[in-house]
Structure formats: C-alpha cells, structure tokens
Design a binder for this molecule. Structure first.
Ligand code: SAH
Ligand code: SF4
Length: 384
C-alpha cells in the first residue's frame, strides 16, 4: 500500500492508496467498504491486472459515480511511472522508475533476452520459438528490482554502494513489470516475456513483498512462474521458505566463486551462510520437469576466472547432487570498484572447461554497456 503525505497542504492531509498491488481479497474488502456487490472485485481485478489500466477513469465497468467516490476517498491506480529512459544501441532499454517517496529503481527491458535467463538456454536465438515473427521482438526479458539499494555488500556490485534504502512493496515490484509491458504494448499470452528478479536489491531480504509480487504476476498479469527467475546471493532462510512455496519462480544462486575462501573475499555474506549450507538448502527446492537450478558466476579478472577455479567449480557442481547449469557473467566495471574485467580468452576457456566436464554453461551477453546496464550502474551514474 502506498501512503503519501502532501506536505503543501498540511491541514488537509489525505492518504493516497494505490489499488495496483492489492490482492483479490484486499480489493474485495475495499469495494465492500463502498457497499458494492461482490462482482465489482472481479471487475477491478480484471481492469488492474489484465487490462492494465493506469487511471481510475479507465475502469469502464465501474459506474462513473463509484470512480469519483473512490478518487475522493484517496484511491488511485498507483502504478510506478517511468521517470527516465536510456536506450542502448543493442536495443536494451533501461529505466529509472519513480516510486512513492521520490526514490527511483532500475528496470531493464532486453528485447531479445540476454542469452542466459531461460531455463536451459534452448530458446535462445531460436526463431521458431517466437510468438509472432512480424513483431519487432519475438521474446523479451524484463529485469526488475526488489529493493532500493541493497544491504548485502558484495564487493563487486554497484548496488551495494548505495546501501540499503528501503524495501519495495509488492505493487512497486509487480508495477515495474506493468509499466514496461504498457510501454511496449505487450500482449500477454501472445508475446513471450521472461522476468528476472535480478535488478537492485536482494529479493530474499524482502521476501513477503517479492512473493506477493510473484503471485500477482502469475495470477493477475498472466506470466507463468516458469518464465520467472529469482536470483539470490544466498540468504539461507529465504531459500528454505522458498522451497515450500506453491507458486515458485525458477531459482538462481549467485555463487560467484568455487570455494568459501574466494567467495568470502568478494561476498562477505559467505561467512554467515557458507556454500555447503546453501547447497543443502537448495537440494530441498523442488524442480519442475526439465528445470535446472542456475549458478550465476560473475567473472572477475584474476580473482575467480582461472582454469583452476573452473575445475573446482565443475567438481562442486557435479558433486552437489543438484541439477544445475552455470551462467557466466562478465563483470561490468563501475567507479570505485577495484576489480578487473576478465580477458575474453579466459571467459571462453572457463566455459569450455565446464562444458567438457559435463556442466551446461552459458555466457550471459553483456547488454546495454553503453547505457551503464550493469546491476546498479544506472542509478549510480545518474544520481549524486
Ligand atoms: N541480489 C541478488 C539479485 C540482484 S544481483 C543477487 O545477488 O543474486 C543480480 C546478479 O548480478 C547477481 O548474480 C550478481 O552477482 C550480478 N552482478 C552484480 N554486480 C555486477 C556487475 N558489476 N557486473 C556483472 N554482474 C553483476
Ligand atoms: Fe545486493 Fe545482489 Fe548486489 Fe550482492 S550482488 S550487493 S546481493 S544486489
């Protein structure tokens, strides 16, 4: 629920309540407070999540009087708005999306995916999989944020430099998706959309809002959970809760190192939950047919990109007892971050070693480098 004070009129403080982001039960309760019949909740649900309206006036099934009454009582649709757009030469669009309170978060639209987000990589560059070849894109991936900033403090990550500012609400998380779907006039059910919870923040440290958003995106917007991937830096209690969820996106662990020593040096959170404990928790997460767990691995030159690291990672993956694939990500540099990009021949050798050792391994294409498209980069390079 978004609550916003209007400082310019302190004597007439009115609460603005966003309808977008509310569950069906919450919408039903709101409408019953206006003495409306039960079917109005279905109409509102349909308008918010299937029609994706942006103003109360667009709820054509509601009598004008009801729309006015709701507006007067402080209700609005309350979708987050795209405040700035940065377009890359490669078609990637990166947005700063404005939330209540004036903060912005980053959301990214990748018209042809990034080569690593699909379950097994099989859809990548396969024109036969496109929903409609007349369209400017056949399938797209949207990368969304779960928090403003992040508390985890991975040393290679720009979002970490922002510190933790606040959690996003479920409406703000799902709203990023809808703002982008509306911008590109995406037709759910015809166009193929993948979602990755890989923008700013740690989804498993904002667990309830993340899961509420995922459920809304499935049940309301209509994006299958098998087309969503949530990435975690390894928040053990979050992984344990996630294993028991009925609606469950695919899961990726940002492993980033083949052993605890290297991981702790770049991800201090390893000292709280080590790799062995994370693997135990991951073994309890059920997988759907043909689904694999993903290990994300950001390659940092000279730190974790040597052949010995690839060998150790292959062993770890094979001995983990998990059905796993590896997504290699070339580190995107940023100001004041003391790491080096890996050499391209080292990236290729690392991938080849893993594949030869029987571990399916993909390289995530760097997208939108010209618009600072790495995690946290846009905000860090456009705000003081
Ligand atoms: N907090 C979650 C999700 C957001 S980060 C997590 O850490 O998994 C999403 C991915 O971006 C992670 O795999 C992270 O390791 C990676 N990443 C962070 N900073 C990066 C950078 N500068 N270059 C490339 N990948 C980066
Ligand atoms: Fe947070 Fe993920 Fe960045 Fe680590 S990599 S600081 S968990 S956003």
């Amino acid at each position: 629920m978004l609550a916003q004070l209007q400082p310019e009129e302190p004597q007439k403080i009115q609460k603005i309540v966003a309808l977008f982001g509310q569950s069906f039960e919450q919408l039903a309760a709101i409408l019953s407070s206006f003495a409306q019949p039960a079917y109005r909740a279905k109409q509102l649900w349909h308008a918010l999540y299937q029609q994706r309206v942006t103003h109360l006036d667009q709820i054509a099934t509601f009598p004008m009087q009801l729309r006015h009454q709701m507006a007067a009582a402080g209700y609005s649709i309350g979708l987050p708005e795209i405040a700035q757009v940065f377009t890359s030469a490669d078609g990637t669009e990166r947005y700063l999306i404005a939330c209540a309170g004036g903060e912005t978060v980053e959301t990214v639209w990748m018209p042809n995916g990034d080569g690593g987000e699909s379950g097994d990589g099989s859809e990548y560059d396969d024109p036969a999989q496109g929903a409609n070849t007349q369209e400017p894109y056949q399938r797209a991936t949207i990368c969304i944020s779960s928090q403003v900033g992040c508390a985890v403090n991975c040393h290679f990550c720009l979002t970490a430099k922002l510190g933790m500012q606040r959690n996003l609400t479920a409406g703000e998380i799902a709203g990023q998706v809808v703002a982008v779907l509306n911008r590109h006039q995406v037709r759910i059910g015809r166009d193929r959309i993948n979602l990755v919870f890989m923008g700013m923040g740690e989804p498993f440290l904002n667990y309830d809002a993340f899961m509420d958003a995922a459920r809304l995106l499935v049940a309301g917007i209509g994006i299958p959970e098998s087309r969503m991937t949530v990435s975690t830096s390894g928040i053990l209690p979050g992984i344990e809760r996630f294993a028991a969820e009925a609606v469950r996106p695919r899961l990726a662990l940002s492993l980033n190192a083949p052993n605890d020593a290297i991981r702790a040096a770049i991800m201090p959170i390893t000292r709280k939950w080590n790799i062995a404990a994370l693997l135990t928790a991951l073994r309890a997460v059920p997988l759907r047919p043909r689904e694999r767990l993903t290990f994300e691995y950001v390659l940092l030159g000279g730190i974790n990109d040597r052949l010995g690291d690839a060998r150790e990672l292959a062993q770890l993956a094979r001995n983990s007892g998990l059905d796993v694939k590896v997504n290699l990500i070339v580190w995107n540099p940023g100001p004041e971050i003391p790491y080096q990009m890996p050499q391209s021949e080292d990236v290729a050798a690392f991938q080849q070693h893993l594949i030869a050792a029987g571990v399916p391994t993909y390289i995530r294409r760097p997208r939108g480098r010209d618009i600072y498209a790495a995690c946290g980069q846009l905000k860090r390079t456009t705000t003081p």
